[in-house]
Design a protein around this ligand. Structure first.
Ligand SMILES: Cc1ncc(COP(=O)(O)O)c(C=O)c1O
Length: 371
């Protein structure tokens, strides 16, 4: 607890130090980048100049983080959800038709699910010609590129990155601006006490998660405590769209990371899953491996039987199969989103993070193949 308090006691400063981070070099090129504590605030602040247009529509994929939906809704846009195909990948032709057919479409969001980056083809040009702003949600696609080698976020007018899930830091997000239609807002300001308190809860959640990986025998209790801390954090931070700078704690956490080593490790682990998973109970969501893919985790679907039972069996052998469903547990009402429902009900995320070396990956795959 003392160390968590230390994390929010120092004054947070502005985001001025952030662009110096080596991370800035890893984002796609743009006119400007703004660094924030959260992705949702980055999105809210970017789209603010478009708010208040009567009847303006935002087109969103139907299975999406609340952290994207909430700020867009708070700005008064009418939300229209579009279905995606297998693996949550958008059908770009259908999306193009939807943009072309709706003169009120003001914002279009495309997600690169789990870091699988699509070549957006003519979509950016089409959106521009119709006066719609294209936002690429790259929160799961840091360091990832499309099959032609273009970094995630290279096509849209805005590219959103959120670092917490991907890098395990206390906070941090970036918005890359690539359009003359939207002026980048002023630099974000220092975090107030309430935000720093939220950071302390998040810090405790991260610590408990790490302890869980070190002491799998206590996993049940540590997981519950970690969830409790996360809920306290989320209650404060989830509806806070103010332009606040990321914390110096995250800057300190990220500064020493060796990005090349991290990327190489994740790629190697990803390939190990593709070559070593027997696929008896699990089928990979994306049948083909991709060289530019640096996933936070490799998604798979549980084939037959219960996901909960499979996750419990893996946990009993010290393998933690997460899923997005703790927070992404909803689809828009009305039905018709069959691919997303299937994904929501059956997916698990196979860890491939940089702390897993070759022997650890072999053990992990042995466990998965024996389930
Ligand atoms: C894909 C995606 N985009 C955007 C966000 C919002 O980012 P943040 O949590 O930093 O506000 C999230 C958060 O869950 C996310 O998962």
């Amino acid at each position: 607890m003392i160390s968590c308090l230390r994390e929010w006691l120092p004054p947070s400063g502005s985001s001025a130090g952030w662009p110096c981070l080596p991370l800035a070099d890893r984002l796609p090129a743009g006119n400007a980048t703004r660094w924030y504590a959260t992705g949702r605030a980055a999105l809210y602040q970017a789209l603010r100049p478009l708010a208040g247009r009567t009847g303006a529509i935002a087109l969103l994929p139907c299975y999406l983080a609340a952290g994207v939906i909430d700020p867009i809704r708070a700005l008064g846009f009418t939300l229209r959800f579009y279905p995606t195909g297998p693996g949550l990948l958008p059908d770009l032709a259908a999306l193009g038709d939807a943009v072309a057919g709706d003169p009120a479409a003001a914002v279009v969001v495309v997600l690169h699910p789990m870091g699988r980056v699509l070549d957006l083809g003519p979509l950016p040009g089409l959106c521009r010609s119709r006066g719609a702003l294209l936002v690429e949600d790259c929160a799961q696609a840091l360091f990832c590129s499309d099959p032609a080698g273009r970094p995630a976020g290279s096509g849209g007018d805005l590219a959103l990155f959120s670092f917490t899930k991907y890098l395990g830091c206390l906070d941090g997000a970036a918005m890359v601006y690539r359009t003359a239609a939207l002026p980048p807002p002023p630099q974000p300001r220092a975090r107030p006490w309430s935000t720093r308190l939220a950071g302390a809860w998040y810090g405790a959640h991260l610590r408990l998660d790490r302890a869980m990986h070190r002491s799998p025998e206590a996993a049940g209790r540590l997981l519950a405590a970690s969830g409790f801390c996360y809920d306290r954090f989320y209650a404060i931070a989830s509806r806070d769209f103010r332009p606040l700078a990321p914390s110096p704690v995250s800057a300190r956490q990220l500064q020493p990371l060796d990005w090349d080593a991290l990327i190489a490790r994740r790629k190697r682990n990803r390939s190990a899953v593709y070559s070593g998973l027997g696929r008896a109970r699990l089928s990979l969501v994306y049948p083909d491996d991709q060289p530019g893919w640096v996933p936070m985790a490799v998604p798979a679907l549980v084939e037959g039987g219960s996901r909960e039972a499979l996750v419990a069996a893996a946990m009993a052998r010290n393998v933690f199969l997460a899923s997005l469903t703790d927070r992404w547990d909803f689809l828009p009402p009305g039905g018709g989103f069959a691919h997303e429902r299937h994904y929501l009900d059956r997916h698990v995320l196979i860890p491939v993070h940089e702390h897993l070396d070759d022997p650890a990956m072999h053990r992990l795959l042995d466990v998965l193949n024996a389930l």
